[in-house]
Design a protein around this ligand. Structure first.
Ligand code: R5P
Length: 299
């Protein structure tokens, strides 16, 4: 059954892109906040016995997550047949271990919250490091859309003689895949993070790559300290100004401006999070993954 697609505030462009790619209907609703900050939702489109999908990226997640949770609960109360959540950027995946005494594995708690209110979930490259499969924490049908083909397409079209650079060992999984599709070399740096904004990286020998253009590829740019540190070390090693490509452009506070000031050739990102650097459209890939759930071909 074709889903009716609802967009949480700020997700209209992505929902429109998905509906355009698939020929699906956008649902009408009122989704807003009361003056005291609580969330309000009222479905105008009739959803009883229908499949629905709610699109809500979870950058700055805490205020959005409760609104999303309630929208899914209300859809169930109104008799929706199957409820899918489309969360292009899935927050709370990085606290995937208890790193210090007194902490918890919050990615599991967040996953339990969302798993309890929907039938399926589609996201784009969640931060899977110590948790290897989304299904290990989300107890519903899930599909991970890989941004790699769209990143590779963009890099191949825009950057001459690229050398893909992963800023840390965690990034190797994306970088190797993208480099293989572009048909270019890649290297991986070593990163040590000692605080939210304290990051240092070391660069292996790059003398053989000085005639290439480095392209830093990472899943998330949050404080951008990882990319800024990598840009600095690559420039010190004599490389050209790097391009920075992020799947999820979170760019907290002044992060984007700081990255530009670090001396990059440019910044590109997918539209999982709305940002001026968005130049890689991933809506069609998300729509295909949703279609598989709606046709019942994902268990
Ligand atoms: C690391 O675990 C991730 O892959 C990214 O490298 C990290 O989230 C980037 O964060 P920031 O932009 O705050 O350095």
């Amino acid at each position: 059954m074709e889903p009716i697609v609802f967009a949480m505030p700020g997700n209209e462009a992505m929902a429109d892109g998905i509906c355009r790619a698939r020929g699906w209907e956008r649902g009408a609703w009122e989704s807003r906040r009361f003056p005291d900050g609580e969330s309000y939702v009222r479905y105008d489109t009739t959803i009883a016995q229908r499949d629905i999908a709610i699109v809500c990226t979870l950058s700055d997640p805490d205020p959005k997550a409760i609104a999303l949770y309630l929208a899914a609960c209300v859809a169930r109360e109104l008799g929706a047949r199957r409820i899918g959540l489309v969360i292009p950027y899935l927050a709370y995946m990085r606290q995937d271990a208890s790193f210090q005494a007194g902490e918890g594995v919050t990615c599991r708690h967040f996953a339990r919250l969302l798993s309890g209110v929907c039938d399926w979930l589609v996201t784009v490259d969640p931060h899977l490091h110590r948790v290897h499969r989304l299904g290990d924490v989300y107890h519903i049908a899930t599909t991970v859309v890989a941004a790699a083909p769209d990143l590779a397409h963009w890099i191949a079209a825009r950057v001459a003689r690229p050398l893909l650079v992963g800023p840390d060992e965690e990034s190797e999984q994306w970088v190797a895949q993208v480099a293989a599709t572009v048909g270019c070399p890649h290297i991986v740096l070593q990163k040590i993070r000692s605080g939210d904004r304290e990051v240092s990286v070391s660069v292996p020998g790059v003398d053989g790559w000085l005639d290439h253009t480095p392209v830093l590829v990472d899943d998330i740019a949050s404080t951008a300290r990882t990319m800024i540190a990598a840009v600095g070390r690559l420039r010190e090693a004599g490389m050209r100004a790097p391009w920075c490509v992020a799947v999820h452009p979170i760019f907290a506070a002044q992060a984007y401006e700081d990255l530009i000031a670090a001396g990059v050739a440019g910044v590109a990102s997918t539209n999982t999070v709305l940002h001026p650097s968005n130049s890689i459209d991933i809506a069609a890939a998300i729509g295909s993954a949703m279609a598989a759930h709606c046709m019942g071909s994902v268990a």
